[in-house]
Design a protein around this ligand. Structure first.
Ligand code: IPD
Ligand code: CA
Length: 277
């Protein structure tokens, strides 16, 4: 199945208004006390807002596009299969940056990726606190609140700001892996490393030219599907950490302003394979 540009424009309009509706719910809960539960470990958090917002997003998609499929973080946590087929499929993270949300740290995003024939076709990332709406349709550029996005032109890793994350695992082996990579990169030396607490907003920051690269091992398709298309459409490169083609189910990404930064960064990393989504 293919979609015309007009059809994709319509889906984008639907998706951005859905992201705003979801963002309003996140905003309303942002400063309130939250009901916090944990998932895979004590530092993998979920709140009732994550669950309610995902349920609302899926209900609205089903109502407007009954034939579309979906993969959602909280539905998968509830036991639904993470099944990406050739059918038009939404890949949804209702709240990317749940730990930020819990702590009222203002980097929290709604992510709506849309794939057709397993290809990233449309992406929406909405920072529910700042109101920044990042959008892209494959082949038609990337925008933030309607303004075109462009990546940094820096090609020297040593003059780069790198974004990274610690992830939620706290076992010794996982921490050793994270610190080995952070040590290797900071001692390159790069200008600095920041952690914003949202994979999607990290990738959008690279798309907006605010950072040269971001990498992470252990994330999920809903964390990077939408944002990685936005980066590609802003002129950047979304790759597997070992520089091959990005694999939505491989749970790892190297997002960079250009191939020079990507290659230099990839060569500094130790890599690991993860159980697929
Ligand atoms: C998490 C955030 C975080 C990243 C984790 C993700 P969530 O997503 O994107 O920055 O380090 O790997 O799981 O749980 O807040 O949707
Ligand atoms: Ca989430």
């Amino acid at each position: 199945m293919t979609h015309t540009k007009e059809e994709l424009d319509e889906i984008l309009a639907f998706g951005t208004s859905l992201a705003r509706k979801a963002g309003d719910k996140i905003q309303a809960a942002f400063l309130q006390n939250k009901n916090i539960q944990t998932k895979s470990c004590n530092t993998d958090l979920v709140t009732e807002t994550d669950q309610q917002v995902e349920a609302m997003i899926i209900q609205d998609i089903k109502q407007c596009y009954p034939k579309h499929k979906f993969i959602g973080e909280e539905s998968v946590a509830d036991g639904l299969k993470c099944d990406l087929t050739d059918e038009p499929t939404w890949i949804v993270d209702p709240v990317d940056g749940t730990t930020n949300f819990v702590h009222r740290f203002p980097y929290v995003a709604v992510c709506l990726g849309f794939c057709v024939n397993k290809e990233r076709t449309l992406g929406i990332v909405y920072n529910a606190v700042s109101g920044q709406m990042y959008t892209a349709i494959k082949g038609h550029g990337a925008f933030c609140n309607g303004k075109p996005l462009k990546v940094s032109s820096e090609t020297d890793l040593k003059k780069s700001l790198i974004l990274a994350e610690f992830g939620s695992a706290r076992d010794q082996e996982s921490l050793d892996f994270v610190f080995e990579n952070l040590r290797s990169i900071i001692s390159t030396p790069v200008h600095t490393i920041h952690c914003m607490g949202s994979a999607a907003l990290n990738i959008c920051a690279v798309a907006a030219g605010q950072a040269e690269a971001y990498f992470e091992f252990g994330i999920h398709c809903w964390d990077y599907c939408a944002a990685s298309l936005i980066l590609d459409e802003a002129g950047g490169v979304s790759l597997d950490t070992e520089e091959g083609e990005l694999d939505l189910m491989a749970r790892r990404i190297l997002a960079a302003a250009n191939n020079s930064i990507a290659s230099a960064l990839s060569s500094k990393l130790v890599h690991k394979r993860l159980p697929r989504d």
